[in-house]
Ligand binder design. Sequence first.
Ligand code: ATP
Ligand code: MG
Length: 338
Amino acid sequence: MKEIVVTGDRPTGKLHLGHYVGSLRKRVEMMESGKYEMYVFSADMQGLTDNAKNTDKIKENVFEVIKDNLSVGIDPERVTLFVQSGVPELTELTTYYLNLVTLSRLKRNPTIKEEIKLRGFEESVPVGFLTYPISQAADITAFNATLVPVGEDQIPILEQVCEIVDTFNKTYGETLVRPKYVLPENKNSRRLPGIDGKAKMSKSMNNCIYLSDDTETVRKKVMSMYTDPNHIKVTDPGNTENNPVFIYLDAFCKDREKYESLKNQYEKGGLGDKVVKEYLFEVIEETLKPIREKRKYYDAHPEIVEEIVKEGTKKARTKAQETLQKVREKIGVEYFNN
Ligand code: ATP
Ligand code: MG
């Protein structure tokens, strides 16, 4: 039997280079291998957890993130693409799982803690936001996923998902499948920093290069990138460690010799930021060009995208219904014979 892969993106904006190296590139690689049954979804319900009063943003982006996935090469013939709210079984599963997790455990989740801080929620955090790892447990277990390709920020969430699986199975008998996260091999791709040098490129932080940005926008963004602030004169030795320009090169550059040689030169001194940025721009463009081409097609055919998601959602729903049925039987919320 094929291993099952499930992964999703919040439609809180278009997808960016962080998503690409953190998860999308891996998704395509896994798809190409032909070894997996795969599901990719637009996590609109999860997007609403911190955007309840900003529903337009979610609506505008539901199909955009699907288009981003299609543009990087996800093939709807080989991958089921769906929208989370189209599978209400996930919400029912979430409700049963809610009872298996304590409030203090939720509050301890380091990713949630960080994201609450980032959004300035403090005590006013929406309950739905605090509990989104539980809904993620539903998304993953509904499809019996064994593998989840994600960036580093998702590790604590996946750990919590495994705890929920273990608690469920211990309480009601072996039912749910325990998932594993799959990180990119390249360490710098696990949490790509923003162009401002902040720890994570994130839709919510306005520090992204989007997969759908045009050439001029990419050039401007790359040329404005944060580098080593102490590298003032070209002759100064530079730092490549916390320098997003070199981190991006490590994540994207296929010519490893060239990357190593630029890195050495920069560290020794004698290489200007402008020259490195020009090269990085070329490298990123090489990645983005084919993505833009594919996107053009889907932009011109919204009805095709809609059809793909409609069909995918139907398929996903059938699968989630099977899991939900088992869960209901195990818990005992089946009262009628017919
Ligand atoms: P939001 O700010 O709304 O949470 P986001 O930019 O964090 O958006 P998500 O939709 O939460 O994006 O993440 C989708 C996937 O992309 C996850 O697997 C996540 O780990 C990965 N990812 C997001 N940002 C990065 C990044 N900067 N580097 C590597 N992976 C990332
Ligand atoms: Mg996120």
